[in-house]
Design a protein around this ligand. Structure first.
Ligand SMILES: [Zn+2]
Length: 359
């Protein structure tokens, strides 16, 4: 990106109320058959339009064709029985009835490639596409076949790699893997989680990102956050190894969270998508509030590597709230762009382009 501080979202946007029940996760579709297919495409166009109206620099499909960021991808695979359910604890946080892995998992056909081509045909802007990460996928299933978390994660990583290569060929510029599980299973992340992610990006020619957050603003997450203490230092356990990985961009929750932003220094040299919009509240940030988070992040991330973003997806939010938050994100980023253009008036910013480049 030539533009400084290019803005984007972490992924999902609310769906129109004629397509699915608003403000609900796993919301059932209101259409079916050909009408549903057409409705998803119309919603994708709307999501694109809203991002463009807000002035975002990197756009996405707003995940309009998925019920859920993990399960919709898994639904397209063989080897997983959605009728056979088991109750498991998701990310050590809440119980959910999940599908069962009953045989070898495989991708029998592309999952999102047609959607990506549809979006590519409608914009010249850089496109970011989100996929679930391998560790988060296995954490949303009961495995009666492999009975080995690492093995199943690598099976999924190979499948994700096939999909990612076709998405890149369809013109996607950044492929992002959503790994909220990286914020929970630290030993596994370092033992094999990051290696599985590297398998998923093997041979990719587009840019790659990993998104690690504290989740949507749903009750189970809000309760969990209350147990995390005054400082949320979970990123400290995984960022050092991610810094050594081949992942290009790290997407992190920063705004209104208790994450000490000095932890961003652990991935110095990587591009960082800095969450500057809180998705767990309907209160709209002011441009100044967004700018304050970005200025703080600039103490640890070089200006040419900082990508203002949302903390997480906005699917559960009211539509008008999400729209206003996108505008706030862009307005806040623009404030800081202007300050950077005026020169280093504050000591925390990279003093010269040369310094920024070596950062
Ligand atoms: Zn997230």
């Amino acid at each position: 990106m030539n533009k400084l501080l290019p803005t984007s979202t972490a992924g999902s946007l609310p769906k129109p109320s004629w397509l699915a029940e608003p403000e609900t996760l796993w919301s059932p579709w209101k259409l079916e058959g050909a009408a549903l297919d057409a409705g998803k495409q119309d919603a994708l166009c709307l999501a694109l339009h809203e991002q463009q109206q807000a002035g975002l620099d990197i756009v996405s499909d707003g995940e309009q064709s998925r019920q859920h960021f993990v399960t919709t991808f898994i639904e397209h695979l063989s080897g997983v029985d959605f009728q056979k359910r088991h109750t498991v604890r998701i990310r050590n946080r809440y119980d959910a009835s999940v599908p069962t892995v009953t045989g070898p998992v495989a991708r029998t056909k592309p999952v999102f490639v047609e959607d990506a081509k549809f979006l590519r045909a409608r914009t010249q802007q850089p496109i970011k596409w989100a996929l679930p990460g391998p560790m988060t996928m296995i954490d949303t299933l009961y495995d009666a076949h492999y009975q080995d978390r690492r093995q199943l994660a690598f099976e999924f990583a190979a499948i994700l790699n096939q999909e990612a290569k076709e998405l890149a060929a369809a013109g996607v510029d950044i492929i992002q893997f959503d790994e909220p599980a990286f914020n929970v299973f630290f030993d596994e992340v370092n033992d094999w989680g990051i290696a599985a992610l590297e398998r998923a990006i093997e041979g990719l020619t587009c840019e790659t990102a990993v998104h690690i957050c504290y989740g949507y603003g749903i009750a189970a997450n809000t309760e969990w956050k209350k147990t995390l203490g005054q400082q949320w230092r979970q990123y400290e356990a995984v960022l050092p190894k991610l810094a050594q990985s081949n992942i290009d961009i790290i997407s992190l929750e920063c705004h209104n969270s208790r994450v000490p932003l000095e932890l961003l220094a652990l991935v110095r040299g990587k591009k960082v998508m800095v969450g500057a919009i809180d998705v767990a509240t309907t209160q709209i940030e002011t441009a100044e509030e967004v700018a304050a988070t970005l200025r703080l992040a600039l103490q640890y991330v070089a200006a040419d590597k900082l990508y203002p973003c949302t903390n997480c997806g906005m699917a559960p939010l009211p539509r008008e709230v999400a729209r206003a938050k996108l505008q706030a994100l862009n307005a806040g980023a623009e404030l800081v762009r202007q300050e950077l253009a005026l020169g280093p008036t504050k000591p925390c910013w990279p003093a010269t382009p040369a310094l920024a480049a070596t950062d």
